[in-house]
Design a protein around this ligand. Structure first.
Ligand SMILES: Cc1cc2nc3c(=O)[nH]c(=O)nc-3n(C[C@H](O)[C@H](O)[C@H](O)COP(=O)(O)OP(=O)(O)OC[C@H]3O[C@@H](n4cnc5c(N)ncnc54)[C@H](O)[C@@H]3O)c2cc1C
Length: 339
């Protein structure tokens, strides 16, 4: 890896450059390598794992994301199949594991039930009245589902993908771009998450701040999710969340948020009470109405945008990245046809 911007000059016109080294960028880069083995694929990222938003995510697979009109119908299945394949290997290696999950809602069944999850999961059923009282106080949560889903421990997962990428000859450059013109390549894939607000001038992008606690609680073996309170076990810690603060750019840990998250978690799920807090993390979800998955012609370049995954980027990154790589492939095919 190199120092900021010093190696951007080594990028050639026909390299495929992915800007962004979060989960979306690294997934896209791996897929580009697979599709175009004769091309040099380069990732340029201001921050690398474990310092990206992706590293803060609890990594639960529960599809509630809205796709742009007219596309994305197959996204849940594409992502699900991608992670199911990885779940066959050791979670210590890939970061992907099977996870039983209980979702509770005090508002209505539509806040926890999901036709998409029902179609994907082998085990999916409503919670029994007795199970509903696992979330406290008794009688508050009237709706709930139990399902077998997947959890993606992002730090382990990005490490796994990055090792594969480097093994296959990929390059990672640590640098912040202020314009796509700083790189010579004709094809750029923009996976900069919230960074696209400046880099692509996308004013629709807004942060939704999330603060979470990472705790030691090895007795927690299922995901427990009730309204805004969640407890999600990963490979190295359990994530306890969380906040959703719209338009808030604050990346600092706020002690009052920590207290509120902890108090609500213990009140709702007393089984977490004995946990030891290991760390507190903050991430800014890249919110827009829909993720942007499209090609744009920009002067002498083609920019393929793959950003704006808000609260669902870990889960949906395989699908949108597969779609973007297909778009790049179609571009090459149409160029070949014109020659
Ligand atoms: C508290 C919390 C919990 C979450 N839980 C879940 C969950 O359970 N399941 C789920 O699916 N999702 C979850 N998410 C959402 C998920 O984390 C995001 O959707 C995802 O991380 C977005 O990934 P990304 O690669 O687009 O962005 P990032 O991880 O932010 O990566 C962006 C990359 O682009 C780089 N970059 C930005 N601007 C520039 C620039 N100008 N030049 C060079 N590089 C640049 C950054 O440095 C970084 O490398 C959660 C998020 C938070 C905050």
């Amino acid at each position: 890896m190199s120092r900021p911007n010093e190696n951007l000059a080594s990028i050639r016109e026909d390299d495929l450059v992915v800007v962004g080294a979060g989960v979306v960028g690294v997934t896209t880069a791996i897929l580009l390598q697979e599709k175009f083995p004769n091309k040099q694929v380069i990732i340029v990222g201001e921050k690398l794992s474990p310092s990206t938003t992706s590293d803060v995510a609890a990594g639960i697979f529960k599809w509630t994301m809205k796709s742009p009109p007219g596309c994305g119908e197959n996204w849940p299945k594409l992502s699900w199949d991608w992670y199911q394949k990885l779940a066959k290997f050791s979670p210590k290696q890939t970061g992907v594991s099977h996870l039983p999950a209980l979702f509770f809602s005090s508002y209505g069944s539509e806040f926890c039930e999901s036709k998409i999850m029902e179609s994907l999961c082998k085990v999916y059923r409503k919670l029994t009245p007795r199970e509903l009282n696992l979330a406290q106080p008794d009688g508050k949560f009237k709706y709930g589902v139990y399902l077998h889903t997947l959890q993606i421990d992002t730090e382990t997962y990005i490490k796994f993908l990055t090792a594969k990428f480097l093994e296959k000859g990929g390059t990672i450059l640590e640098a912040k771009l202020s314009s796509f013109d700083e790189i010579r390549s004709k094809i750029v894939i923009n996976c900069t998450g919230l960074g696209a607000r400046e880099l692509a001038g996308d004013r629709e992008l807004t942060p939704i701040r999330g603060q979470v606690l990472q705790v030691k609680a090895p007795w927690i073996k299922s995901c427990l999710y009730a309204d805004d309170v969640y407890i999600i076990p990963g490979q190295n810690y359990v994530t306890v969340g969380g906040t959703r603060q719209y338009g808030d750019w604050n990346l600092n840990e706020e002690p009052h948020d920590t207290s509120r998250i902890w108090d609500r978690a213990v009140q709702t799920f007393p089984c977490i009470a004995g946990a030891q807090i290991l760390d507190v993390k903050v991430g800014l979800r890249p919110h827009r109405k829909y993720p942007r998955v499209e090609m744009e012609e920009c002067k002498d370049k083609l920019i393929f945008h793959n950003y704006g995954h808000c609260s669902w980027g870990i889960m949906s990154s395989p699908a949108t990245s597969l779609e973007i790589v297909e778009m790049v492939s179609e571009h090459f095919e149409s160029r070949k046809a014109k020659l």
